[in-house]
Design a protein around this ligand. Structure first.
Ligand code: ZN
Length: 331
């Protein structure tokens, strides 16, 4: 049954609850809690909204775009895959409260992420290693590139004054459980896992994963009962989406930079939700960046180039600074 009510916002496990005076228009449909896009517009002072197959909302600093009936959302040009589709009911467009609190709010108001802590340590996780090669590529396998990019990023981060912890610094096997426990030894740190993708020979682009909110499955699979359990990764869910946004947007910006002479024409596959072990088990802000497809010959040739690896490393290091600055006022 569809019922629309005006309620005083009491929070939904998100930082938006700090603003208890705002009256959100909420709707429950098929067991999912939504807010109307109109109230999203009012709350964040979007001064323009245009309805159509794509709905766009603009404020002086942010342009937000959703496609009703889909989970696609763009904020300042960067693609996010929402936890639930935006739907239309009785002439109103609805955004899930999970997406409001766990995605839109931390991006619109990173200074309100009250759990984002001061940090000076970055845990870099070069995916795979040792007998686990990861994705197989025509030149080198995934484990080689993850370590190269992690080392390059470490160099820049250290120059910028950060302490860097590597989950591996050579071609060795490190279990996922060990990667989680290494990260959890540093409560005042952030965690960035570096990977390269594999699929069919045409798949291309970069994608960044953060923890699925409670009740939301791993990307592409059906929801299971256990998805409703809060996992350690959920504690820093809002901080993690802010970190993912910084890393993903910088990676795209730098890899596709027209001016630097390093335009690799990389596709944006979006910021997505997953339940990989390193995302569920880690208690500090954590993301997993897939830096291109080795199963695509053309893209593997780009990944192989030192300029590509260096550009990705620069983007990661820059994202750490941006995340740090954007969340700074919340402390
Ligand atoms: Zn991998």
């Amino acid at each position: 049954m569809l019922c629309i009510s005006l309620v005083v916002w009491l929070g939904y496990g998100g930082e938006a609850e700090a603003d208890t005076n705002f009256k959100w228009e909420t709707v429950k449909y098929n067991g999912v809690d939504y807010v109307t896009l109109r109230s999203v517009k009012d709350f964040y002072y979007f001064n323009k909204i245009r309805y159509g197959a794509v709905i766009t909302m603009e404020s002086p600093s942010v342009a937000m775009e959703v496609r009703p009936g889909t989970q696609r959302c763009r904020m300042n040009g960067v693609l996010f895959i929402l936890s639930y589709p935006v739907i239309e009911r009785n002439g109103r467009y609805l955004l899930s409260r999970t997406d409001l609190n766990k995605l839109v709010d931390p991006i619109m108001r990173p200074t309100y992420i009250h759990r984002a802590r001061h940090f000076n340590t970055v845990v870099l996780d070069a995916g795979h290693g040792g007998k686990d090669s990861g994705s197989l590529g025509p030149y080198e396998n995934e484990k080689v590139y993850t370590l190269k990019v992690a080392r390059l990023a470490r160099e820049i981060l250290q120059k910028n004054g950060y302490r860097v912890v590597m989950t591996r610094d050579s071609d060795i096997s490190v279990s996922l459980a060990n990667r989680v426990s290494i990260a959890n030894e540093y409560p005042d740190a952030i965690f960035i896992s570096i990977h390269f993708n594999s699929s069919n020979s045409r798949a291309n682009g970069i994608e960044t994963f953060t923890i699925s909110p409670v009740g939301v499955p791993h990307m592409g699979r059906e929801v299971k009962l256990r998805d409703f359990n809060t996992v350690p990764g959920n504690i820093m869910g809002s901080a993690s989406i802010a970190l993912a946004t910084a890393a993903h947007s910088r990676a795209l910006m730098y890899l596709n930079s027209q001016s630097s002479g390093n335009n690799f024409s990389i596709e944006d596959r979006g910021i997505k939700r997953a339940r990989y072990n390193v995302l569920t088990g880690i208690k500090i802000p954590a993301i997993l960046l897939e830096g291109g497809f080795l199963s695509n010959r053309n893209e593997a040739a780009k990944v192989r180039s030192p300029a590509y690896q260096q550009t990705l490393a620069v983007a990661i290091a820059r994202a750490v600074d941006i995340y740090k600055k954007s969340t700074a006022k919340s402390r």
